[in-house]
Design a protein around this ligand. Structure first.
Ligand code: AMP
Ligand code: FE
Ligand code: FE
Ligand code: ZN
Length: 286
């Protein structure tokens, strides 16, 4: 049983439609996926319907943009009620902040010689309610300014580079509480990716678990080297956190993130869904 509970569609910054993503999972022999688009549930219903047709179990998820001590932390929420008012309002707030920074990004990049407009960025993002830097990167590629997303981030879009414009993100502890209140389970995505090991330390994880009810951490992820996976796995076990693994697939938007390249053990997936059931949420079908 191959379970890949962290994937993106073009409803956020992936490049497959939710239906294409599910068809890809079927083709690759991945039995269960969770769709975890950034800050939106909008693709989940389509993915679930496609899952019914393709024989893939599709679980509902979201990857929420949060902050812990000024550092961005991605928080996966599983099994949340997708009509939970406080959670939806918070996601809307993040989406609005994503939108309102686009003009400043377009201005900054145009001033650096990469002429672009907000309309072009929005067109690149299609119907996504969650416009992000990857869409800007894709536009930069399309206009011939950079070769790929990685180059766009490295030279222009990451903090400290001319095209970086900060946006709102939810406080991590508040986000954990919101996901739990919506019936869901909360798992930190790639906690030690991109320098996260300096912020999400063992002590912080212990506190997040004991005082805020964090349920799990992603261990097997392409941003973690073998040593990081080993350390995180032992840490998670010691702290009683559920340990997951995933591809974090983004279609052609990220290389080396093919669906099913990392997976979650069935026992860990079952443990997460037991928590969701206890909280009155919507556990994954089996
Ligand atoms: P945003 O949501 O607009 O802040 O953009 C964050 C998204 O961009 C992340 O979810 C990743 O998918 C992607 N990303 C962030 N940093 C990088 C990077 N250095 N290289 C490539 N993609 C990145
Ligand atoms: Fe992403
Ligand atoms: Fe992420
Ligand atoms: Zn992700």
């Amino acid at each position: 049983m191959r379970i890949d509970p962290h994937t993106h569609s073009r409803v956020s910054d992936g490049t497959d439609s939710p239906t294409q993503l599910v068809q890809r999972a079927a083709r690759l022999g991945v039995h269960v996926i969770a769709l975890t688009d950034h800050d939106t549930f909008d693709g989940v219903a389509e993915a679930m319907a496609a899952g019914d047709r393709a024989g893939v179990v599709v679980a509902s998820g979201v990857e929420m943009s949060t902050r812990y001590s000024h550092h961005p932390v991605h928080l996966l929420g599983y099994g949340c009620h997708r009509d939970d008012r406080p959670l939806l309002e918070e996601l809307r707030r993040i989406q609005q902040s994503r939108s309102s920074r686009l003009a400043a990004m377009a201005d900054a990049l145009s001033a650096a010689g990469m002429e672009m407009s907000v309309a072009e960025i929005r067109h690149q993002a299609g119907a996504s309610p969650s416009v992000g830097r990857p869409h800007v990167a894709d536009l930069m590629m399309r206009k011939g300014y950079v070769g790929d997303r990685d180059e766009a981030f490295r030279d222009w879009l990451k903090p400290g580079r001319p095209g970086f414009v900060p946006r709102y993100a939810t406080d991590l502890t508040t986000a954990i509480a919101m996901i739990r209140a919506a019936g869901g389970a909360a798992v930190i995505a790639h906690p030690w990716g991109r320098g996260g090991e300096r912020v999400v330390t063992a002590g912080v994880l212990r506190q997040l678990r004991d005082e805020h009810g964090l349920d799990g951490i992603e261990v097997d992820h392409q941003d973690h080297d073998p040593d990081a996976r080993d350390l995180l796995s032992r840490l998670g076990q010691r702290l009683g956190l559920i340990r997951t693994g995933s591809s974090d697939h983004h279609g052609s938007g990220k290389l080396n993130h093919e669906l099913g390249c990392n997976t979650t053990r069935p026992s860990a997936w079952a443990a997460l869904n037991t928590l969701v059931a206890e909280r009155g949420g919507q556990p994954s079908r089996r």
